[in-house]
Design a protein around this ligand. Sequence first.
Ligand SMILES: [Zn+2]
Length: 286
Amino acid sequence: MLKPEIARLEHHLRALVGERNPLTSLDQLHRCGRYIEASLQDSGLRMEREEVPFNGTLSHNILGFKAGSDPSRGTFVLAAHYDSVQGTPGADDNASAVAALLETARCLEPVRLGATLLFASFTLEEYGFVGCRHFLAGAHRRKDRFRGMVSMEMIGFRNGEPGSQSFPPYVDASRYPDRGNFLAAVGNEPSRALTESLAQGMQTAHPRLPVHTLIVPGRGDAFTEVRLSDHSPFWEVGVPAVMLTDTAFFRNPHYHQPTDTLETLDLEFLQDGTRAMAGFLERHLT
Ligand SMILES: [Zn+2]
């Protein structure tokens, strides 16, 4: 496995940061889609572009496949949405995760996997997971089999100050640090095994980065805040899926604001997360 490089992450971020909204900045959304496609292709992936219609617009899911040696093991999905809400440059949400996705693909290029790994950059997450739902509808028709999914959702913001981390009311905050220096792996009950193996696998691959888990009861239907990413439609179809996140508005005051800029991101934190993710995937899918 190659090591992720801050310079490459920053290069991706400079290309991606800026409003990417289907209704107000469709050209920029398209441009970023092409950038993601070219980068994943450079990492040796077989690319597919899926057209997603929405309110008179067309944008695309960008899908890059790294074929495994054993098709019977099904496909694992690593996802990061690339659209943004209107009025924000969307650096943490979600250019951070897209940059990590692209760099993870490069790091794994020399690695041969047993299971197939799909790098998916979905469009239209911010409108209710429209791109991801479109993808799953097609997968259902094709009878694709998924062994698991991780949605990276805002992974570039860190705050080491005491008291910088908050939590939803149903979470026992005493189990977690009060400073925002960790990544959270969030799963529902059916995804418990994957959530734990993701957190452990990331910690083994890169012990310096703390990763904490949160398992919400049942299918997680009653917990709105933990459903806010593309893992949610996977939960609905019964595929184990985990959201990996810096916890968004529980830490980052720039969430969905014009101030969600590149300058607020912590690129070392993003590099740590990328390295831990690539290490987890290498072990989990070999
Ligand atoms: Zn997002």
